[in-house]
Design a protein around this ligand. Structure first.
Ligand code: CP
Length: 311
């Protein structure tokens, strides 16, 4: 079953598509436990990792996923490229395109940039985060982790708290979690919640304690200072006092609730160190699942067959 040529966003994927990606990612996970962590599924394919913004988790897990599938990778970093000499995104892509890549993994600060380049290239484009628009593989790895820990999505009460306005992770997660049947609440200061977000089918709360009550999954988000153009809260200390996840506050959530965060975490701002490292925290499980999800996405987009995946 093909999921399309590109992965620009979760929006547009069906429940069946998402389930198929998660099922494939589960199969891929076993490969990472083998003594020789490699299958020939994408041998001879060239994947270009185009990163115009910083990344630790997404970039390294895509590179590892490509290696595990035996693809060749070209790692492009804007900071050491001719972009610094004034070359545009399109000219950069048109030049690389002449080297015949089979796929691009791209992170860029501009929403819509991945869709834009998909109009000019022959291969697949995978969005690794475009501004505040979408980060589809993050939502998929979050979903894989939720499914592992909770067994499914139907009827789960999920809270996403933080800088909702500037988060691409929240948009991808809302599309995914709503499609899969979960109830989603977003919380944060009113200055960090975009108007009309309720039109996406989520509940909106500005009182964090009220929002936490009975939640099965608590997903905390970083404050994206690099995307904020003005101060949206008085001080970090005040933010932590009002919206920081602490052990005391977490008692308001459901008994078996889990704590998630896409990373990078800012300890003592949106989450305490105790909560980041606690038994209920699945933050590093999310990172681990990132490799399997990205293997699955690359494999499915680039035309792999079911049987070949586990060889
Ligand atoms: N979650 C996430 O996208 O992390 P990086 O910015 O490190 O890739």
């Amino acid at each position: 079953m093909k999921i399309g040529k590109h992965l620009i966003g979760i929006r547009g994927l069906s429940k069946a598509d998402i389930t198929h990606i998660l099922d494939t990612a589960e199969k891929m996970k076993e490969i990472s436990d083998r003594p020789i962590k490699k299958v020939p599924a994408l041998r001879g394919k060239l994947i270009v990792n185009l990163f115009f913004e910083n990344s630790t988790r997404t970039r390294s897990s895509f590179e590892i996923a490509e290696k595990r599938l035996s693809a060749d990778s070209l790692n492009f970093s804007a900071s050491t490229s001719a972009v610094q000499k004034g070359e545009t995104l399109l000219d950069t892509v048109l030049n690389i395109e002449r080297m015949q890549p089979d796929a691009y993994v791209m992170r860029h600060a501009s929403p819509g940039s991945c869709k834009f380049i998909s109009n000019y290239v022959k291969g697949s484009v995978i969005n690794a985060g475009d501004g505040a628009h979408e980060h589809p593989t993050q939502a998929l790895l979050d979903a894989m982790t939720i499914r592992e820990k909770k067994g499914g999505f139907e009827g789960l009460d999920i809270l996403i708290c933080g800088d909702i306005t500037h988060s691409r992770v929240v948009r991808s997660n809302i599309h995914l979690l709503k499609t899969m049947g979960a109830n989603v609440t977003v919380a944060g200061p009113a200055t960090m919640i975009p108007p009309h977000i309720d039109k996406m089918g989520v509940k909106v709360e500005t009182n964090f304690d009220r929002a936490l009550k009975g939640k099965d999954v608590v997903m905390m988000l970083r404050i994206q200072l690099e995307r904020q153009t003005k101060n949206l809260f008085p001080s970090m200390k005040e933010y932590y006092l009002t919206y920081g996840l602490t052990e005391e506050r977490f008692k308001l959530a459901a008994k078996d609730a889990i704590v998630m965060h896409p990373g990078p975490i800012n300890r003592g701002v949106e989450i305490s160190s105790e909560m980041a490292d606690c038994r209920e925290s699945v933050i590093l499980d999310q990172v681990e699942n990132g490799v399997s999800v990205r293997m699955a996405v690359l494999y499915l987009l680039m035309g792999g067959g079911e049987d070949e995946a586990s060889n």
